[in-house]
Structure formats: structure tokens, C-alpha cells
Ligand binder design. Structure first.
Ligand code: DGT
Ligand code: MG
Ligand code: MG
Ligand code: MG
Ligand code: MG
Length: 270
């Protein structure tokens, strides 16, 4: 087909292909969720329905973009790790990022009423996103450890803060009480003043959510959606065969134990 004289404008587009061989990480984060969570009366410090809704939105993204090998979520954020060999969208950063942010946001909104049947969505939520490339598995694991450590630090602080507030102190007093305390000090306050053993708190709150694929041999099954826990993970398998399905866990990913228990996630190369 003949080209129009306007075709040259395409040459202005910039090449934003992600470097070959690197792990591609996309992290999305709720925009001004300080306001969003307060307008929608999220439970403090953790709203179980909200966290489950984040997991469901992340599941939608993994179901659609099957090259995602692992996702980690906490608070209002989710990180998605692509297979380092993936060639989707020619590895174009803007295509990858915008598709993920868009699908995550629409799935979050689409599934809102299931998780918040009694809370009207007051305005459309938005998420930002960034793409980061990691050249090897060591630094990728350190990235994930950084996010899980952030989850731990914030959750320990917030758990202690809201217990102090619930006991009748003001926000200013609670903040002053926790100022200059280390983790051990916050653990001690929780235990001695409120009878809470922090390590017994829901792993979901302390560790965040890890999503990854596991192989499963299916039985011959009637048509209908597959489910894992509360998630609908895809269409039915009519003949017995190996299906991949997403599993959600709330494990420690800072320790090597997780990665040696699930060697298939990152594969062999470092
Ligand atoms: P940003 O990301 O720069 O647009 O601004 P924010 O306000 O989203 O800040 P960010 O992402 O650092 O912090 C997340 C906020 O969301 C923080 O104010 C705590 C809140 N949040 C997240 N999960 C929960 C929850 O389960 N319950 C409650 N009450 N708040 C939550
Ligand atoms: Mg942010
Ligand atoms: Mg945010
Ligand atoms: Mg955040
Ligand atoms: Mg198009």
C-alpha cells in the first residue's frame, strides 16, 4: 500500500525496548491512596477486603499477561516480574507499563462491588507505574526483599500506632511514643501493653501477597471456571492435562528457603 506523505511522523517515536536478558519489573502503586482509603473507610491498619481486591486485580493481570512469573503485593502496590526471556510487545516499556496499569485499574474497579458490597465507589481510583530492569537474579531478589521489608516496617509501625490510639491516646501521642523505637521496642509495646505477639498476626499483613504459577494435573472436568481459593483463574480443562494456575501465598521471600522450595519460579540462571 502506498505510503502517505505524513508517514514520516512515525520516525519521531522513541525506541523504548527493555534491554534483552534483564528481568523486567513493573511496580504499580495507588495514586493518593492516603485519601482514597480514608474516603472509602478502609479498616486500619489493614483492610482485608481491600488487600484481597488488590490480589484479584493482580490475578487478572497475570492471567492476561502469561509471561509474568511472579507478583508481589502489599499496601496499595503490586510488583510484576516478567520472564527475562519474554518478547511481548517487542519488550517496549511503554506498551508493557500502560497495559498493566490499565488492566490492573479496570480490574480493581470492576471487582470493587464484590469486595465492598456495602461501600459505594466514590470516584475512580488511579494507579501509577514504573518499569525497572534488573540485570541478574541476585538484585531481583534484593528488589523483592526491599518491598517485603517495607511491608514489615510499615505494618509493625501501623499495628503499634493504631493499638496505642485504640487505647485512648491521640495520634500525636501515639507517634511520640513510637518515635526513636526499633523493631524490638515496637514488638515489646505490642506484647507487654496489648498482649499481642506480632509474629502471630496474619501472615498476609506481615508478609504481603506472593502470586506465582503452579502446575496442576486436572481431572476430566465439566466446563466452567477454574478457581483457586477465591480466585477465578481461567477456563476449564475438558481433558486431563497439566494446567498452570495461580497460587497466592503470604510467605517470607527474603529468606532463600522460599526460592529453594520453588525453584521453578526464577529458573536456574543467576
Ligand atoms: P502516592 O502513592 O504518592 O500517590 O500517595 P499515597 O497516598 O498512595 O501514598 P503511599 O502509596 O506511599 O501509601 C499508601 C497509602 O494507602 C497509605 O496512606 C496507607 C494507605 N493504605 C494502604 N493499604 C491500606 C489499608 O489496608 N488500610 C488503610 N486504612 N489504609 C491503607
Ligand atoms: Mg507512590
Ligand atoms: Mg500510593
Ligand atoms: Mg504505596
Ligand atoms: Mg492499537
Amino acid at each position: 500500500m502506498a505510503k502517505s506523505r505524513f508517514e514520516y511522523v512515525k520516525k519521531f517515536e522513541q525506541d523504548d525496548r527493555c534491554l534483552l536478558g534483564c528481568w523486567i519489573v513493573v511496580r504499580i502503586d495507588g495514586r493518593s491512596f492516603h485519601k482514597f482509603t480514608s474516603e472509602h473507610l478502609f479498616a486500619k491498619p489493614n483492610d482485608l477486603s481491600a488487600l484481597k481486591l488488590m490480589d484479584v486485580a493482580a490475578c487478572s493481570v497475570m492471567e492476561e499477561f502469561r509471561d509474568i512469573i511472579f507478583a508481589y503485593g502489599q499496601s496499595d502496590e503490586y510488583s510484576f516480574i516478567f520472564d527475562r526471556k519474554m518478547s511481548l510487545f517487542n519488550r517496549r516499556s511503554s506498551k508493557i507499563l500502560t497495559n498493566l496499569v490499565s488492566l490492573f485499574t479496570s480490574s480493581y474497579t470492576y471487582n470493587w462491588r464484590i469486595h465492598f458490597p456495602n461501600t459505594e465507589l466514590k470516584y475512580p481510583p488511579a494507579f501509577d507505574g514504573r518499569v525497572v530492569l534488573y540485570p541478574n537474579t541476585i538484585v531481583l531478589k534484593d528488589y523483592l526483599s526491599w518491598r517485603q521489608a517495607d511491608c514489615h516496617i510499615n505494618n509493625l509501625y501501623n499495628t503499634a500506632f493504631w493499638e496505642i490510639v485504640k487505647s485512648g491516646k491521640s495520634h500525636v501521642e501515639a507517634a511520640a511514643r513510637l518515635k526513636d523505637t526499633f523493631s524490638s521496642g515496637k514488638n515489646e509495646i505490642l506484647f507487654s501493653e496489648f498482649g499481642i505477639n506480632y509474629n502471630k498476626i496474619e501472615p498476609r499483613y506481615r508478609k504481603g501477597s506472593c502470586l506465582f504459577w503452579i502446575d496442576k494435573m486436572t481431572e476430566k472436568s465439566p466446563e466452567g471456571p477454574d478457581t483457586v481459593g477465591e480466585f477465578i483463574t481461567g477456563g476449564a480443562c475438558k481433558k486431563p492435562r497439566v494446567c498452570r494456575e495461580i497460587t497466592v501465598s503470604h510467605e517470607d521471600i527474603i529468606s532463600e528457603v522460599f526460592w529453594s522450595n520453588h525453584p521453578q519460579i526464577l529458573g536456574q540462571d543467576i
